[in-house]
Design a protein around this ligand. Structure first.
Ligand code: NAP
Length: 326
């Protein structure tokens, strides 16, 4: 089969389209003919090997050679412990180890996959899993929003952010989105109340405070984030630097004791139920999964470059249709 592979951390130039062996499903896995796979920042991080947590699968060089987390496709073969899916079923979901999806076939764990709604395209289905579930667990479960509460989403113009800001609006919050200059209008188009351009303004220094902050890209000190919270406010980081995460573990309990503010890291739990919940919101049109661009498999390097250069608004999707140019 064809796949986009890499053997060392680096720029998109280290990615190559190669013929590789087809993966074989274990008893818990399902072999899927991939029709679409979306690009996440986790792919970019896995490519460049930064932040440090992106090297968990190999400190000096990647142990797994295929990136790509969020797949949608057709079941080819099922391992013997999978009783819910059968060959021919259209499924979608996240890969267990955040990789293996930039390929014509992939093996995924059955228990974190879901049946693709029949009226949803493979491309839209592939855009949902990682970004949608991050947003759901942060906004529905952690924020517990009351209408009118003030929410800030840092990195709101990207994948998870574009889902999160729509979800926060759905719960009646007053939402501020933070992202680069080129994504201000995009955030407005999704219904955000206020925008901040992070290249011009630091939201932790402008004196404004929020009930809930979701941070997709945390690089500041724990104390800076606490400053941007109202008393009893809550901050959750999902992505960012390991040094910042360590600060949350070290200083988070002390900040809580002295100010009542919670500064924490969200470890997202992948599961079918949440994937189905966020997908239902997309099906009913309450949330729109925004696909900025689509590329064929051979152009994964360009797709990742586009994301890495800070241009991707919402999601980027790779299409791998049979009989079409890969
Ligand atoms: N905790 C968990 O369990 C878990 C699970 C899965 C994924 N993750 C993490 O979740 C994170 C979110 O991923 P995603 O796919 O939503 O990323 P994304 O699509 O790249 O979105 C991030 C957004 O943040 C913007 N940004 C960059 N620097 C910024 C800054 N200083 N201030 C404000 N915004 C900034 C980016 O714009 P630019 O284009 O300007 O860079 C981009 O629009 C990733 O780091 C991933 O590793 C965590």
């Amino acid at each position: 089969m064809k796949a986009i592979v890499y053997y060392k951390y680096g720029s998109p130039d280290v990615l190559k389209l190669e013929d590789v062996e087809m993966p074989t499903p274990t008893d818990d896995e399902i072999l899927i003919r991939v029709h679409a796979v979306s690009v996440n920042r986790s792919d970019w991080e896995g490519l460049i090997g930064k932040p440090l947590y992106a090297r968990m699968g190999g400190l000096l060089k990647p142990r797994e050679h295929i990136l790509g987390s969020d797949i949608a496709g057709r079941v080819e073969r099922v391992g013997k412990n999978n009783h819910e899916f059968k060959p021919g079923d259209e499924v979608f979901g996240e890969m267990a180890n955040y990789g293996g999806g930039f390929a014509e076939y992939a093996c995924a764990r059955g228990r974190i996959l879901a049946l693709k709604p029949v009226n949803m395209t493979f491309e839209t289905a592939a855009a949902i899993p990682q970004a949608g579930v991050i947003a759901l667990q942060a906004i529905r479960d952690k924020a517990q929003l009351q209408p009118g509460q003030k929410v800030l989403i840092n990195g709101a113009g990207g994948g998870a952010g574009s889902f999160a800001l729509q979800l926060a609006k759905l719960y009646g919050a007053e939402v501020t989105g933070v992202d680069n200059t080129g994504k201000q209008d995009f955030m407005r188009s999704l219904g955000v109340d206020h925008v901040i351009d992070y290249t011009r303004e630091d939201f932790t220094k402008n004196g404004k405070q929020y009930d809930f902050i979701l941070d997709l890209i945390a690089y500041r000190s724990a104390f800076a984030y606490a400053r941007a919270l109202k008393s009893n406010g809550t901050y959750y980081a999902v992505g960012g630097s390991v040094a910042t995460f360590l600060q949350f573990l070290l200083f988070g309990p002390w900040i809580r004791r002295t100010s009542g503010k919670k500064v924490r890291l969200l470890a997202v739990q992948r599961n079918r139920k949440d994937l189905e919940s966020i997908t239902e919101l997309c099906q009913t049109g309450k949330i729109v999964p925004v696909i900025d661009r689509q590329y064929p498999l051979s152009e994964v390097p360009e797709a990742l470059r586009y994301l890495g250069e800070g241009r991707a608004k919402g999601k980027i999707v790779i299409t791998i249709e049979p009989n079409k140019k890969t």
